[in-house]
Design a binder for this molecule. Structure first.
Ligand code: ADP
Length: 223
């Protein structure tokens, strides 16, 4: 792998019970990339994310990750149950360290200050002691993003992060992601239905469609 390659799919087929959804998939994510995964419903976007997160084994081919899985931050699609989660913002953000913590029963001082710093970066420090379920949808997404940052050092994976947000909150979230990408040099992989924003912010596009796929720069995609 090139030394700035974070993740590579090499001739990968993905699917269920021997039935491929993706075939001969080849692409790489480098540090500094902002990859948007687009495509119709049912075209395989979630299947790809599950595979990148190590939850679904490829039918064939290799997915190579040059980071520990615990260093990849993941922002799942929000479910109703999560919206009602009875914990404070601080607790939700700190839980991003659960993977690293393993058998320890407490958070370290360094983890607590990193959680504070991530809340600061995302502009939610003043919400720290609020109950998560009392926040707006946009605020909740920021909290989950701060949580993902506690795990992520170099790569954030997001599944339709603006779904359900009003247009202003969605733009806010995109601006935050742009800041993380440009200023904090975080690589981003985002599944999205929002094509105009994908074309505006992404550096590369992976388009899923009926047993075919396209991967390339935004310019190549538009051409
Ligand atoms: P998208 O996220 O783009 O909407 P999915 O990855 O969820 O698409 O689905 C791609 C295809 O895989 C669909 O045909 C879907 O029916 C099928 N599929 C998804 N999950 C499973 C599963 N657990 N078992 C079998 N087939 C599945």
């Amino acid at each position: 792998m090139e030394n700035n390659t974070l993740l590579a799919c090499r001739d990968v087929s993905l699917g269920y019970e021997g039935h491929p959804v993706w075939e001969h998939l080849d692409f790489e994510v480098h540090s500094g990339d902002y990859l948007c995964v687009v495509g119709e419903n049912g075209s395989g976007k979630s299947t790809l994310l599950k595979s990148l997160l190590g939850l679904l084994k490829p039918l064939s081919g290799q997915i190579e990750l040059s980071l520990p899985r615990s260093a990849v931050g993941y922002l799942p699609q929000q479910t109703r149950a999560q919206k009602d989660f009875p914990a404070t913002v601080n607790e939700v953000v700190l839980s991003g360290f659960l993977n690293a913590r393993q058998l320890r029963f407490y958070y370290t001082g360094a983890e607590k200050s990193a959680a504070m710093m991530n809340m600061g970066k995302l502009g939610i420090l003043e919400l720290k002691n609020k109950c998560y379920r009392e926040l707006s949808g946009g605020q909740q997404q920021r909290v989950l993003l701060a949580r993902a940052l506690c795990a992520a050092r170099e790569l954030l994976i997001l599944d339709e992060p603006v779904t359900g947000l009003d247009p202003a909150a969605a733009q806010d979230l995109y601006k935050t992601l742009q800041y993380l990408h440009e200023t904090e040099h975080m690589a981003i992989i985002m599944v999205t239905h929002d094509m105009p924003s994908a074309l505006k912010y992404a550096t590369t596009i992976l388009h899923a469609g009926n047993h075919q796929w396209f991967y390339g720069s935004v310019q190549e995609y538009l051409a």
